[in-house]
Design a protein around this ligand. Structure first.
Ligand SMILES: [Zn+2]
Length: 94
């Protein structure tokens, strides 16, 4: 069973959360007219095996977005942190 530790609410069952997207991808610059860059960002995803950063939302709790590090091979969750704080520091990859 996957248990996720929300930074605000504590450890909860994964069913309280909703997967958002891949947090390791960099979004194209705002206002860019490069349609291929937007297409690739929205529709193309890697299928990594091992540790991976993902956006999740605690929909049945505080409704906050978080960045969760999850091992995709073992489905083991790692640390979760605020997506807002990650964005303020320059992105979820940092
Ligand atoms: Zn929460």
């Amino acid at each position: 069973m996957l248990r996720i530790t929300c930074p605000w609410c504590g450890e909860r069952d994964y069913s309280e959360f909703r997967y958002g997207s891949d947090a390791s991808k960099a979004r194209p610059a705002h206002g860019t007219g490069d349609l291929k860059a937007w297409h690739d960002h929205v529709f193309l995803f890697d299928n990594p095996k091992g540790p991976h950063r993902e956006y999740w939302q605690h929909v049945l709790g505080c409704r906050q977005w978080l960045v969760l590090e999850r091992d995709t091979a073992t489905n083991t969750p790692g640390a979760a942190r605020s997506a807002r704080e990650a964005a303020a520091k320059g992105g979820a990859g940092r």
